[in-house]
Design a protein around this ligand. Structure first.
Ligand code: COA
Length: 171
């Protein structure tokens, strides 16, 4: 029988405990989960994508999950078609997420008719990547919101320039 592989994509800027909770649920349902840093054309990244991919990979390995982290700069639907992945996992935190996700699911289905979007409940509805970035910009610890490897990456010298550059532009 062929492997049941699911894809979970996001900007992950940064990857949070909320994202990781969805990956853990998906990993319990599938043989393998591909965690993809993808491009949201509406957003400019704050954290280096490859450094974040490595931090996500370390988090997946530390938890012994059947999952791996990749970066993809094209359409999610194309990646699924090229890699024979049928299941596209999305986390839903509230009704607003649902309305937004439904539109994307329908477009993805047109781009790749084999692709099925699967919604999993997000448990911690308060976490978002921008909230984490905001706390960081004001010098607060984000240890409660992101996995340890992500915390280390963010607070390393190079990445912490982000916090100081935001602070210097704050009135
Ligand atoms: N727990 C915590 N936070 C969550 C979450 C969860 N379970 N699920 C989503 N979020 C947060 C994200 O961190 C993000 O926060 P932010 O706005 O503060 O950064 C927000 O909710 C929105 O998440 P999402 O809808 O996944 O957006 P995204 O920017 O992280 O990812 C892509 C969007 C990358 C998946 C999408 O742009 C994409 O697929 N790009 C590739 C091109 C493509 O195929 N486009 C689709 C064509 S229709």
């Amino acid at each position: 029988m062929s492997k049941r592989i699911a894809l979970y994509a996001g900007s992950f800027d940064p990857y949070t405990n909320g994202h990781h909770a969805i990956v853990r649920k998906a990993a319990a349902l599938f043989d393998e989960v591909v965690v993809m840093i993808a491009v949201n054309v509406e957003k400019r990244r704050a954290f280096d994508a490859e450094a974040m991919r490595r931090a996500i990979q370390a988090t997946l390995e530390a938890d012994g999950l059947n999952a791996r982290a990749v970066i993809h700069t094209g359409l999610v639907a194309d990646y699924c078609a090229e890699n024979g992945i049928r299941w596209y996992v999305r986390g839903l935190r509230n009704g607003m997420d649902y309305s937004y996700e439904e539109n994307i699911a329908q477009v993805n289905r047109r781009l790749n008719p084999e692709m099925e979007t699967l919604y999993l409940r997000g448990d911690d509805t308060a976490i978002s990547s921008s909230l984490v970035r905001e706390l960081l910009a004001f010098g607060r610890d984000i240890g409660d919101y992101v996995p340890g490897s992500v915390w280390k990456t963010i607070t390393s010298t190079r990445q912490s320039k982000y916090a100081s550059s935001i602070r210097s532009t704050t009135l």
